[in-house]
Design a protein around this ligand. Structure first.
Ligand SMILES: Nc1ncnc2c1ncn2[C@@H]1O[C@H](COP(=O)(O)OP(=O)(O)OP(=O)(O)O)[C@@H](O)[C@H]1O
Ligand SMILES: [Mg+2]
Length: 371
């Protein structure tokens, strides 16, 4: 029997909510039926930014935004269904990642907080909602991240060829998929900044939320002193498992790493930041010994031509594609992953990879909020 699931994802870029409606067969075969990306209402990103940066510590602000985001996620779901002429009762469950406000997996009392109230989503849509995916992995001693490698393994692995999946969102993360026949473990972690510094510098210097196609960075020249200073950061040489966020890689980090940055030509800084993202993605792939293999890109960064050309330049021996080649739209891999993770939860199957998150054992992820 076919089952239908909706996945909802909004990441660190705070650009939009991505929704994917998928069909999963009993054996796990998956088909994406419909996709929809909806920008946040204008007042939301700044409120989220204040909570994420710690500028706002108000419990009222947090909880009220939790409810409002739940309503927005519900509306995106209903829009996605009406676009594809499916009804709420056709859908087994929604997998909602939620918006990360804080991720403190290394803390003495570790936690990861995503908001977007799942009770509100279940009530407004009439669809069972699975949320809070990271908490159980953390309770089992894991980092609660990354969770998508299990999905990458399920849909992108190949019996004969090792593959690398690179997601370029606000932060960049890679999944290393050894060829299935080798029985080697999958690994996955954040490589550092994706689009976050490019977006932040573009917003601050030009008022453009992002650098369309990387045209602005392509007009500048890489400043090697700036690049060397940024590459000196300890995160890049740290071994995995490791994860990071925009609370670390932001304009304060840039200015602390290179106090004279505002004296450089703005387009040269943008070129250097694009080079930093490309260089650090490639660096980790080379370190893994997989620079001779197939590399598949996804996430919003695939639309930045200057950035993808730089990655290409650093990985001349790799076969570079987007996930389109494997049948998944690169803008919806993460949303599809959370639909799949909700399927795992509803089927009582484990969804974490202990070798990736560091958990003591595999666990069933998420809380279920019945329709
Ligand atoms: N045409 C484009 N040109 C340049 N950059 C683009 C373009 N389209 C999207 N982007 C970049 O992609 C970003 C959004 O990517 P994406 O939605 O994958 O990130 P995210 O929401 O942070 O996701 P996640 O954290 O889950 O990986 C934008 O903020 C922008 O920087
Ligand atoms: Mg996004």
């Amino acid at each position: 029997m076919d089952n239908y699931y909706v996945g909802l994802m909004s990441g660190t870029s705070l650009d939009a909510i991505d929704g994917a409606l998928i069909r999963i067969g009993d054996s796990g075969g998956l088909e994406v039926i419909s996709m929809l990306s909806t920008e946040f209402p204008e007042h939301i990103p700044s409120q989220l930014r204040n909570l994420i940066s710690g500028k706002t510590e108000s419990i009222h602000a947090l909880c009220s935004l939790d409810t409002e985001l739940g309503e927005i996620y519900a509306k995106v779901t209903l829009d996605l269904l009406s676009k594809s002429a499916y009804k709420p009762h056709d859908i087994k469950a929604i997998g909602c990642h939620g918006q990360t406000i804080r991720h403190q997996s290394g803390h003495k009392n570790p936690y990861s907080l995503q908001i977007g109230n799942p009770s509100v989503i279940a009530e407004m849509t009439g669809i069972t909602t699975v949320a809070d995916f990271r908490a159980r992995d953390i309770a089992a001693g894991g980092q609660g991240a990354p969770l998508v490698p299990a999905f990458h393994r399920a849909v992108f692995s190949d019996p004969e060829n090792a593959r690398i999946i690179v997601n370029i969102g606000g932060i960049s993360n890679i999944t290393v998929l050894p060829r299935l026949k080798s029985h080697n473990a999958v690994s996955g972690y954040d490589t550092g900044p994706g689009n976050c510094l490019l977006d932040a510098w573009s917003t601050s210097c030009r008022g453009h939320r992002y650098d369309e196609n990387g045209n602005w960075s392509a007009s500048g020249a890489v400043n090697s002193r700036l690049l060397d200073s940024l590459l000196n950061d300890g995160y890049f040489s740290k071994s995995s498992p490791k994860s990071t966020g925009t609370e670390y890689f932001n304009l304060d980090w840039l200015e602390t790493s290179y106090p004279d940055v505002t004296e450089l030509r703005a387009e040269d800084v943008q070129a250097t930041l694009a080079e930093l993202t490309a260089h650090t993605i490639a660096l980790h792939i080379i370190r893994e010994g997989f620079d001779n293999n197939e590399v598949y890109l996804c996430g919003g960064g695939v639309h930045n031509k200057d950035l993808t050309e730089r990655i290409y330049h650093h990985l001349p021996k790799a076969k570079l594609f987007t996930t389109e080649k494997l049948g998944l739209d690169p803008d919806y891999v993460e949303a599809t992953a959370f639909a799949w993770l909700a399927w795992c939860t509803m089927e009582k199957q484990t969804g974490n990879l202990p070798a990736v998150t560091g958990a003591h054992h595999p666990v069933i992820l998420g809380g279920i909020y019945p329709a």
